[in-house]
Design a protein around this ligand. Sequence first.
Ligand code: 17E
Ligand code: FE2
Length: 398
Amino acid sequence: MAGGRIAAIGKGVGQASREIDARGGMASPPLVESHVHLDTTLTAGEPKWNESGTLFEGISTWALRKESLTEADVIRRATELLRWQAAQGVLFVRSHVDTTDPDLTAVRALLEVKEKMQGLVDLQLVAFPQEGILSYPRGADLLEEALRLGVDVVGGIPHYELTRDMGAESVKITFALAEKYDLPIDIHCDETDDPQSRFLEVVAAETIRSGMGHRVTASHTTAFGSYDDAYAFKLMGFLQRADLNFVANPLVNITLQGRMDTYPKRRGMTRVKELWQNGLNVSLGYDDVMDPWYSLGTGNMLQPAHMAVHVAQMTGRQEVMACYDMVTRNAARTLGLEERYGLDVGKPADFIVLDAPDAWDTLRRLATVTTVVKGGQVIVEAKPPEVRLLGEPITFQR
Ligand code: 17E
Ligand code: FE2
């Protein structure tokens, strides 16, 4: 490393001022969080718990918590979660921030957090109209105001607009704002089990029309898991033409979706394996840590990858490895970080060391991130848990 950048890679390439003993573990580019809600984090139970476990009770519970929101409150909670994530090797984060608030309190707070955390974590913010662009009073104005304040990405939530027409119209508003301010897009799209929720096709059409390609991301898209195969097959071709990114949030959607089903009960996840097989960029997010939608969690990105292996049945050798890519390289692509991300000479010296020899073993054991290096500086050192049975060490290795 030199000047905070990677100077050389390989054996015998010169003398380093500091050596890190990886003890047989692998080095990897940092973990990337491509979808989280930092404004809502660490509020579980406030002012009440989400007893039904549905997306909708999550939204109404958050609306109650929003009434008492202050900038200091958001800053404290968001900073805490970013620290948890950095401590677990997550150095790049894309967070949605609710713009359906006449005061834009969370927007102002997270813009401050972004500034304050620079140097530790790269934070991207998405203006997210939680209660709708057209269904919330002045929703479109508030969304645009957030962009003027400096939010990086334009969001949407078409499936939660009052009618199908309003949903389609809202997608067009998102694209119009993105084009006006030259910003990427990340839309909460079709987060429902309703197979009639078909806003992804509108997003694909707008992506093709605008030529925005991989500057567009469709998040959640859980209804894609409920579409019939004939429609899904046709749609997949359009998605390939559009070349947009997908983010799935398996920890959260496996619990939020399927709530109106008895049995068989749907998995409520988008077609992660098939999107990946068809060459589309898929990444994974945590979505929520201890909030009205998901009361558990620590922000460790190996957990959604581990859950994706199960929910998407990506259990083949290469498939498990692909799930690791979905919280590293693919997520970096979703965030548009290709230029500065990766273990290549000349790129910033940001990397992690895991106590596992490869990506497969990392997910099998939910390995510990033992070292985190940011800009050439060691910022985290951690020891894997030491276990002894009758005095003998147990390593969980065969
Ligand atoms: N809001 C939403 O609409 N969907 C989600 N999964 C979360 C917030 C976490
Ligand atoms: Fe989300």
